[in-house]
Design a protein around this ligand. Structure first.
Ligand code: TYD
Length: 211
């Protein structure tokens, strides 16, 4: 039996992680066999790669190095966490996956969406999500939310406004390119409405899947 692989994507400050948490708890309460994971990270080696990628000491990192590190971390994550869970028939809700690489490295860093996609095909052996929930906010809205947070910003969040603008545009291009898989949710609505919109696309898929 194969489970379900659902990814959550969004630009910085979109609120995707908090919506994901609400949906995760809800599905658990409803008796679904659901697990949470995230990228970069999600397994032992992948978490170590995450530290290198997000470290503010590494500000001068080469763009291709960055893309390769995300892909390496993804491969570990797939082998150690995603595939075993899917083989056990579980539902995985994953905070970020391949579309983050396509939007951030492919489009915003100008490595090319197709080039980064091909490199990720090699890294993932072609594993794509069953559904991708893309929570989007205009970059100025996302950044103002992040700045209100007390926490330290990581290396990617410290990027210039023009970079965040490109990430946003990149995601919208992906939504257009992968219409069958990606559903766009307006992250500028209230949290309740964001969750409600996600439920509308998620539950029809879950219905086809046995609890
Ligand atoms: P994280 O703190 O996990 O961010 P968030 O709460 O925004 O999900 O940091 C992950 C950062 O890495 C985020 O800025 C997006 C970026 N990223 C990429 O650039 N490429 C990728 O393939 C992935 C998975 C993340």
């Amino acid at each position: 039996m194969r489970g379900l692989f659902i990814t959550f994507e969004g630009n910085d400050g979109s609120g995707k992680s908090s919506a994901l948490e609400t949906i995760l708890n809800q599905l658990k309460n409803e008796g679904y066999d659901v697990i949470y994971s995230r990228e970069p990270g999600g397994s032992k080696v992948a978490e170590k790669i995450r530290e290198v990628i997000l470290d503010k000491d590494n500000l001068g990192m080469d763009d291709k190095t960055e893309a390769l590190l995300y892909a390496a971390s993804r491969r570990e994550h797939i082998n150690k966490t995603i595939l075993p869970a899917l083989n056990e028939g579980k539902i995985i809700l994953c905070d970020r996956y391949i579309d983050s690489s396509l939007a951030y490295q492919g489009y915003a860093r100008n490595l090319g969406i197709d080039e980064v996609y091909n490199m990720n095909q090699f890294a993932t052996s072609g594993l794509l999500p069953d559904l991708t929930i893309l929570v989007c906010v205009r970059p100025e809205v996302g950044l103002s939310r992040i700045k209100k947070d007390e926490r330290d910003l990581d290396r990617l969040e410290l990027e210039k406004m023009s970079f965040h603008q490109k990430v946003y545009e990149g995601y919208l291009k992906l939504a257009d390119k992968f219409k069958d898989r990606i559903v766009v949710i307006n992250g500028e609505q209230s949290k309740e409405k964001v969750v409600e919109d996600i439920e509308k696309v998620l539950y029809p898929l879950l219905k086809k899947y046995q609890k």
